[in-house]
Ligand binder design. Structure first.
Ligand SMILES: O=C(O)CCC(=O)C(=O)O
Ligand SMILES: [Fe+2]
Length: 330
C-alpha cells in the first residue's frame, strides 16, 4: 500500500458504511483490511459512516434528552454562558450569530461547545486541562442538572472511538499504527451539541442550518438524531449527496487539518445542513484534532518529488484559533 497513488474519485453518489468491529480485533490483517477501506473512503469521499462503534444506546439517549431540555430554556438563560464572555470559544452560541458560508446571512443553529475535561468532578482526580493555545475551562449550565454528566459520558465515549480511528488512519497512511498516539495525548477535541430549529419552507436560501463549509481539524465524529434528514455533502460534480441518519451509525468526516497533514491525499469535503423537517433537530459534532503544540506539516509518506508539500507548517493550536476567530469575527 502506498500513499503516492494519485488522488482519485470524488464523484461519489453515496457515503460508504464501514464496520468498525475489526478495529478491536487482535488480528493485524483484519485491522489492515479495515484501514484499506478507510483509506479508499478518505481519498474518494472524505465522509463515511461507522457501525459497531461501541457507544451504548443509553449514552446517546441521555445526551439527546439533556440537550433537548437545555435548548428549550429561555434565551436569557442560555446567554448567561454566551461564548464571547467565556475564554476560548466554550459555552453557548445563539442562532444566526455565526456565518460559516461567506455570502450567506447566518447559520440558523444554536450550539454549546465543550472541551476536554475528566469525567470526575472530584478535585483530587481532576487533572488540569492541557489544551495549550485553546486553554480554558469548560462552563456548564445549572439546568438541566445532569447536562454535564450526560455530555461528558458521550464526549469520553466518542473520544475512545476517535482514538481507535487515529490508529486506523495511521495504517491507512502507511504509518506505524501508533503514529498519532503521542500527538493526541491531551485530546484536543472540542464538542458542539447543536440544535436546528425547523425551517420547513425556508423563505431564504441564504439561511441554512449550517452553511456549506469544511471542518477545521483532523476529523469530526457526528451523531445525528434518527429520522430527520438534514446533512448533505458536495461531490466533485457539484451535486449535493444526502447523508441521512442510519440506525446504529455515526458519521465520520475529515477536516482541513488532515488534508494539510496528508498533503491533500485525504479529502476534506464540503458539507451543509438544513432542517427542512417540521420539528427540531439535534446533532452532536466532536471535532478531533491533535495536541495543540503539534506541528502540522505534510507527513513523510504523503510527499514525493512529484507531489511536493502543498501547505506550510503551522501548529495545530494556532491553526484552530485562526479558523475560529474568522468564523466568529472574534
Ligand atoms: O449537524 C450536522 O449535521 C452537521 C454539523 C457540522 O457540519 C458541523 O458542526 O461542522
Ligand atoms: Fe461540519
Amino acid at each position: 500500500m502506498s500513499c503516492h497513488a494519485s488522488v482519485c474519485g470524488g464523484a461519489f453518489e453515496s457515503i460508504p458504511i464501514i464496520d468498525l468491529e475489526g478495529a478491536f480485533s487482535e488480528d493485524e490483517a483484519l485491522r489492515r483490511a479495515l484501514a484499506q477501506q478507510i483509506r479508499t473512503a478518505c481519498m474518494d469521499v472524505g465522509f463515511f459512516y461507522v457501525k459497531n462503534h461501541g457507544i451504548a444506546q443509553q449514552c446517546l439517549d441521555e445526551v439527546l434528552r439533556v440537550n433537548k431540555e437545555y435548548y428549550s430554556l429561555p434565551a436569557e438563560e442560555k446567554m448567561k454562558l454566551y461564548h464571547k464572555t467565556v475564554p476560548n470559544f466554550k459555552g453557548y452560541s445563539p442562532p444566526m450569530e455565526a456565518n460559516i458560508q461567506p455570502g450567506n446571512k447566518g447559520d440558523l443553529h444554536e450550539g454549546f461547545r465543550i472541551g476536554w475535561e475528566e469525567k470526575s468532578v472530584d478535585p483530587v482526580v481532576q487533572k488540569p486541562s492541557r489544551d495549550g493555545v485553546m486553554a480554558g475551562a469548560n462552563v456548564w449550565p445549572d439546568t438541566p442538572e445532569d447536562f454535564r454528566i450526560a455530555c461528558m459520558d458521550y464526549y469520553h465515549a466518542a473520544l475512545a472511538v476517535g482514538k481507535k480511528l487515529f490508529c486506523l488512519f495511521a495504517l491507512a497512511l502507511d504509518l506505524p499504527e501508533t503514529y498519532f498516539n503521542d500527538k493526541t495525548v491531551y485530546s484536543a477535541a472540542t464538542m458542539r451539541t447543536l440544535h436546528y430549529p425547523p425551517q420547513p419552507d425556508a423563505p431564504d436560501d441564504k439561511i441554512l442550518g449550517i452553511g456549506a463549509h469544511t471542518d477545521f481539524v483532523c476529523f469530526t465524529i457526528l451523531w445525528q438524531q434518527m429520522g430527520l434528514e438534514a446533512l448533505q455533502v458536495l461531490n466533485s460534480r457539484e451535486q449535493w449527496i444526502n447523508v441521512p441518519p442510519l440506525p446504529g451509525t455515526l458519521v465520520i468526516n475529515l477536516g482541513d487539518q488532515f488534508a494539510r497533514w496528508t498533503n491533500d491525499i485525504f479529502k476534506s469535503t464540503v458539507h451543509r445542513a438544513a432542517n427542512k423537517n417540521m420539528i427540531d433537530r439535534y446533532s452532536i459534532a466532536l471535532f478531533f484534532g491533535t495536541d495543540y503544540e503539534i506541528n502540522i506539516e505534510p507527513i513523510y509518506t504523503c510527499v514525493t518529488a512529484e507531489r511536493p508539500a502543498i501547505y506550510p507548517a503551522i501548529t495545530a493550536g494556532e491553526y484552530v484559533r485562526q479558523r475560529l476567530k474568522a468564523m466568529y469575527h472574534k
